[in-house]
Write a protein that binds this ligand. Structure first.
Ligand code: PM9
Length: 472
């Protein structure tokens, strides 16, 4: 499907061999469940969720070939055949020289940050990601956002809203001094901006800048195949190239990658840290045994390594998987757009993002509109979504003040190969109805706020407003 053809669905390039029962609780039970979960969708039991769009991370349905590869796993502690298959597949698909398995993306971020960042360093990047920024901060660094301004505007139709602003990047490096910039981080696509892609042209310019400043460029490769799809679709000169070739071209412009393989690789767990520099690889291998396990399994079983190895190869063996995935996300996006639900535009790769500020204009950002909308959507429909606004943004590490992101979003992330068009129609109806009743949705306030990555475990209570305040 091309963009100009609109939201028509294309048939699934697979058929279903095994199913898992889901059930829709009655409304009164859903209201009780979300209250018991402290109005945080992360704290719901999954059996109480009808359609689970919390995340596309590790929630994918694997192919029969991935499952059968798992049976052939070598579970040796050291030097397992499965390890070599994993490394060779990752090298073939992503092209980096050295690949270190880790249990998931944040483990790669942890090891990389511990090795490269020294207290007082800055790390420029295209919009923060929760776990990435935290590991940079725990290592003593400060994240500096250098994404283009359009990324902070949900209504901007810029085709590559994930792009880095070269001017902002150069200014940040100039201000800190290049010796205080251990690396530049590029997420492609940018999760927190709405799954918005980075163009090859921009990657090329950023890469040239980093190489001339002798600063390594590190790719967050979690959904890089999705980014390759957008380059193919939107950037002149790429329409006839395979996703595999585009992905390799993207990676070749960077020096290393932190990878959460729970997304593009259609697996349930896993990740890697990939680098071209041998010295960095040796240091990473060494920290791996401290935090993850031996460098030939990195916290993963042989079964996981096998599923991942197949997953890497299958993610780019045909463009059909991605064509269908993007069509599904666009279908849901278009149904909501047709009903005038405020959304992040244009439609991104892995999820549909609702503009909670616009849907609940009666709430101030301190009343946590996106968190409130997530809770209301679950109560209305049994659909689980994720807050991506002020709660996710957390507090400034130095001042303790809340970060106040311009984007206050609810994310409906689509697990790969899990839900059907009928499920998406149900979700659309639930969102439309929740948005329609928007002004009756109460705000929320923290009653428990953990120190790190608060969105995962925080608890909330509804804000009770006086009648006079509600009328204002
Ligand atoms: N992303 C997501 O739902 C998992 C939970 S939310 C923290 O979007 C990027 C771009 C990600 C990501 C996880 C990680 C961390 C790094 N980069 O969850 O540790 O989207 O495997 O990866 C989630 P892990």
């Amino acid at each position: 499907m091309t963009e100009t053809q609109g939201p028509r669905m294309i048939p699934e390039p697979y058929k279903i061999k095994m199913v898992e029962r889901v059930r829709l609780l009655p409304r009164a039970q859903r209201e009780r469940a979300i209250k018991e979960a402290g109005h945080n969708t992360f704290l719901l039991r999954s059996e109480d969720v009808f359609i689970d769009l919390l995340t596309d991370s590790g929630t994918n349905a694997m192919t029969d070939t991935q499952w059968s590869a798992m049976l052939q796993a070598d579970e040796a502690y050291a030097g397992a055949r499965s390890y070599y298959r994993f490394v060779e597949a990752a090298q073939e698909v992503y092209g980096y020289r050295y690949v270190l398995p880790v249990h998931q993306g944040r483990a790669a971020e942890h090891i990389l940050s511990q090795i490269l960042i020294k207290p007082g360093d800055i790390v420029p990047g295209n919009m923060y990601f929760t776990t990435t920024r935290l590991h940079q901060e725990l290592a003593g660094g400060v994240f500096v956002d250098v994404i283009i301004k359009e990324a902070h505007d949900p209504g901007s139709e810029h085709p590559f809203k994930g792009n880095l602003d070269l001017g902002k990047l150069a200014a940040a490096v100039e201000k800190a001094g290049s010796h205080r910039v251990p690396y530049v981080a590029v997420g492609a696509p940018v999760n927190m901006a709405g799954g918005q892609p980075v163009s090859m042209e921009n990657l090329r310019q950023v890469s040239a800048f980093c190489r001339s400043a002798k600063i390594p460029l590190v790719l967050d490769a979690a959904r890089a195949v999705e980014n390759a799809w957008f380059i193919k679709e939107r950037e002149p000169g790429y329409a006839d190239k395979s996703l595999k070739a585009i992905l390799r071209e993207m990676c070749a412009l960077t020096d290393a990658a932190a990878m959460s393989a729970k997304k593009d690789a259609y697996a349930n767990i896993g990740g890697f840290l990939a680098v071209n520099d041998e010295g960095l690889y040796r240091e990473a291998q060494n920290l791996c045994v401290v935090y993850e396990g031996l460098h030939t399994y990195g916290g993963l079983s042989g079964r996981d390594l096998e599923a991942l190895a197949r997953g890497f190869l299958e993610s780019v063996e045909t463009d059909e998987w991605m064509a269908h995935r993007i069509a599904q996300v666009r279908y849901l996006w278009s149904r909501l757009d047709d009903a005038y639900v405020p959304l992040v535009r244009p439609c991104g790769g892995h999820a549909v993002f609702l503009d909670a500020k616009a849907i609940l204009p009666h709430l101030s950002q301190e009343e946590l509109p996106a968190q409130s909308l997530c809770a209301a959507l679950y109560a209305q429909s049994g659909v689980r979504a994720m807050e991506r606004g002020i709660v996710s943004a957390g507090r400034d590490a130095k001042t303790g003040e809340n970060h106040k992101p311009a984007l206050e979003l609810v994310r409906l992330a689509l697990p790969r190969r899990v839900y059907t068009q009928t499920h998406l129609d149900y979700v659309a109806d639930g969102v439309i109805e929740t948005a329609r009743q928007g002004n009756s949705v109460p705000g929320l306030k923290f009653v428990y706020e953990p120190k790190y990555l608060r969105f995962f475990q925080a608890r909330f209570d509804p804000v009770v407003r006086s009648l006079a305040a509600a009328r204002r």
